[in-house]
Design a binder for this molecule. Structure first.
Ligand code: PMP
Length: 305
């Protein structure tokens, strides 16, 4: 995977890729106080790029900043336009977009509040996050020995740079143990989310997913809920333990990067038939077609370049 592009948007200007550098004393680099987003743009039937649910992503970006007590002069509309411009200037017909707000150099120390908040938007080509094989046949997960932060330890509903150390520890552990991805439980032992995905289980035609009180309110998750509602598939947002996977007929995870990836195994226990279940496949197809402008009722979520 190459993260290269011609230009990166930095504080309102387009900077050539190799010149988009930061100072080593940038505050975020030391302490992790920054927020980011992950957005995908897909090629639409007219051959041009369309950003999937741009408004929801950039609203979450601004909400994350607000929760961290930081503010940016950039408005929602300006950020959406900056994402569109980033696609245009780089001539991308599909891309992963990465807005990031980080605190620059100046004062050090945890209480520093006066440093400049920079906003960056980068874009690159990013294929299937869990691999094409993962999308087709599902991935193997392991319940992590790392717990998701307690709600009084971090504001998990915000997409904060520093929160991802918890995710990375879980991901390294799962990978070193031979699994593709980790499943994180919360402090009560209930299922929270993947390291960068929300999770769903299906049993007897009923889909269940944990509520978003203390996990990232995923935009892909919201789309799955919209699809279930539109298709008349029962879905509950309710807490459950890891045992729900052990007894499930099907399971899947979803996120902007991971899109909709079946889970075929948790903790060396096969989920259902151990592949991509029929309901998962149906929702996955609607999602994959929807983001590409092929499902009329989902097309309003697309912002065309
Ligand atoms: N949970 C976490 C921890 C994530 O990092 C992500 C990816 N942003 C998700 C869930 C899924 O969110 P979305 O569908 O908005 O990408």
């Amino acid at each position: 995977m190459s993260v290269r592009s011609d230009y990166i948007w930095l504080d309102g200007e387009f900077v050539p890729f190799d010149d988009a550098k930061v100072h080593v004393l940038s505050h975020t680099l030391h302490y992790g106080m920054g927020v980011f987003e992950g957005i995908r743009a897909y090629e639409q039937p007219d051959g041009k790029a369309g950003i999937w649910r741009a408004e929801e992503h950039l609203r979450r970006f601004l909400d994350s900043l607000k929760m961290m007590r930081w503010a940016t002069p950039w408005s929602l509309d300006q950020l959406i336009e900056a994402c569109l411009e980033t696609l245009r200037i780089n001539k991308f017909d599909s891309a992963y977009l990465r807005p990031l707000a980080f605190v620059g150099e100046g004062a050090m120390g945890l209480g520093a509040r006066g440093n400049k908040l920079h906003v960056v938007i980068a874009a690159w080509h990013w294929g299937a996050y869990m691999g094409d094989e993962g999308l087709r046949n599902g991935v193997r997960m392991q319940t992590s020995s790392f717990t998701r932060h307690h709600p009084n330890a971090a504001l998990q509903r915000a997409k904060v740079v520093g929160h991802y150390v918890n995710s990375i520890l879980a991901r390294y552990e799962a990978n070193e143990n031979g699994f593709d991805e980790a499943l994180l439980l919360d402090g009560h032992g209930m299922v929270a989310e993947g390291t960068g995905e929300n999770v769903f289980v299906i049993r007897n035609g009923l889909i269940k997913t944990p509520p978003t009180a203390n996990i990232l309110p995923g935009i892909t998750r919201e789309c799955v809920i919209d699809i279930a509602r539109y298709e008349g598939i029962p879905l509950q947002e309710t807490p459950f333990g890891r045992d729900a996977f052990y007894a499930a007929d099907e399971a899947f995870m979803c996120g902007t990067a991971a899109e909709l990836t079946p889970i075929r195994e948790l903790d060396r226990r096969q989920v259902g038939e151990g592949g991509r279940g029929p309901l998962t496949e149906r929702i996955q197809k609607l999602y994959m077609d929807g983001v590409r402008g092929k499902v009329p009722w989902l097309a309003e979520g697309i912002t065309k370049v």
